[in-house]
Design a protein around this ligand. Structure first.
Ligand SMILES: [Zn+2]
Length: 432
């Protein structure tokens, strides 16, 4: 196991190790991937010239459009060696299919085995998995296989049904919760309403999926605070995606998701695909290592974040990824300010009277972005509108158009049956 351990590797050792792995991965792509083989030929690329991480800039990037194109062939193994099919969530377009071989399923399990180790989980622990393990969702599968590898007992309750979750917690006494953070809030709400002594229940830590828990400067965001203020459990933020086949999981110090060097190379790039200066935000771009089914080379994830390369308080020097502050395609330019939906979410999560919402961006008559927030409030008053507007002004320096709707109206927009998760960002901009 290269990641973690008592003898932490130096930054130099990690780089050397990854460069050896990269050379193997490039040879593999050149001999097995129709897409990359054609790309290398058409661009006149000699992969032998790629010796270091810095040399990666000599290679073209792969983007989401490449994956959407049905003529492009990323599959590197015979189709009868596919063990399981997964898909992306399809938040930004049609879901993309990601099959995995048996070896890749093992790699996926190993990846979450490392996540469990990182949060201090061990044999004897019991984890409650409240994210789905079916619907072609990779993360649920990864956690259950990873738990098995780490000797952790797993209970797959799946999403929703707070009553069932609580009866299972009280009966089987899991100590780790694997959940979407906003669902933890629902669990708290249900426990409070039904007089469940949740503060003294068996759950001690939560491995959080799908929503960030950190502000830009790595403090707890409003969502994390609203959980821990009511329920003092330890929260661990993660960052992962189907394309990456890899999770970046925080350690107990919560200073960004740690890289597992044997699984993936991470670059942080600007709009021209050059590495951003250290400490600057850019687009997370990944190269899978050791993946054999549909490995990607310099894949631009669309996620904007910052990399941390200083030594973590836990002792590790491998890089860490800060919270995703937005997606490149979701960037909004409004009244001279550039912002991402997540900044709006964070503002709204800090307002206790907001019951539900979605964000809408459209194009106005002048071709500019027009930003509206559709809100359902727990109780409506004239002062509330002012409080919300003031909160936006102080957090983001702008006040979007506020449109008040009933919760049912909001839910009917958010819950698209085609999507695996509720949609809280509706982009109606005209693209030229
Ligand atoms: Zn750490």
């Amino acid at each position: 196991m290269f990641s973690q351990g008592k003898n932490f590797k130096s930054a130099f050792e990690i780089k050397q190790f990854q460069e050896e792995k990269l050379k193997i991965q490039l040879q593999y792509l050149n001999s097995h991937s129709p897409f990359y083989k054609n790309l290398f030929i058409s661009k006149g690329i000699n992969i032998e010239k790629i010796q270091t991480i810095e040399d990666l800039v000599l290679l073209p990037v792969t983007d989401k459009e490449d994956l959407q194109n049905p003529n492009n062939d990323f599959l590197c193994i015979p189709s009868d060696d596919i063990a399981e099919y997964f898909t992306t969530s399809g938040t930004l377009g049609e879901p993309v299919i990601f099959p995995l071989s048996e070896n890749d399923l093992q790699r996926l399990a190993y990846n979450e085995f490392l996540s469990f180790k990182r949060i201090g989980a061990k044999k004897g622990d019991i984890a409650l998995l409240t994210v789905t393990s079916d619907k072609c969702f990779m993360a649920g599968n990864a956690y259950s296989q990873g738990a098995r590898k780490a000797g952790i007992s797993i209970i797959k309750t799946g999403p929703g049904l707070p009553e069932y979750q609580w009866s299972t917690i009280l009966k089987l006494r899991p100590n780790i919760l694997i959940a979407v953070p906003s669902f933890i809030l629902k669990l708290i709400e249900f426990a409070q309403k039904n007089h469940i002594d949740f503060k003294n229940c068996s759950i001690k830590k939560a491995l959080c999926v799908g929503e960030s828990l950190r502000t830009k400067d790595l403090n707890q965001n409003a969502l994390a605070k609203s959980i821990t203020d009511q329920w003092p459990i330890q929260l661990f933020s993660t960052y992962a995606s189907t394309e990456m086949n890899t999770a970046f999981t925080e350690c107990e110090f919560g200073k960004g998701g740690h890289l597992s060097p044997e699984l993936i190379i991470v670059e942080c790039l600007d709009e021209k695909n050059n590495p951003v200066p250290s400490g600057k935000e850019g687009e997370i771009t990944i190269t899978n290592l050791g993946l054999e089914t549909t490995p990607l080379l310099r894949f631009k994830t669309g996620d904007i974040a910052k990399l941390y390369t200083d030594q973590c308080a836990c002792g590790e020097v491998s890089l860490r990824i800060g919270p995703i502050i937005g997606r490149n395609k979701q960037m909004i330019k409004y009244k001279g300010t550039t912002l991402y939906p997540d900044a709006i979410r964070q503002t709204l999560q800090g307002l206790s009277n907001v019951d539900d919402y979605y964000i809408e961006v459209a194009t106005d008559d002048f071709g500019m972005d027009e930003l509206s927030i559709h809100l359902a409030l727990k109780s409506m008053s004239i002062e509330m509108e002012k409080i919300i507007a003031d909160s936006f002004r102080s957090h983001l320096r702008i006040v979007p158009k506020l449109i008040f709707n009933s919760k049912a109206e909001i839910q009917s927009v958010k819950n698209n049956p085609k999507s695996r998760k509720p949609i809280d960002f509706v982009d109606n901009r005209i693209t030229i």
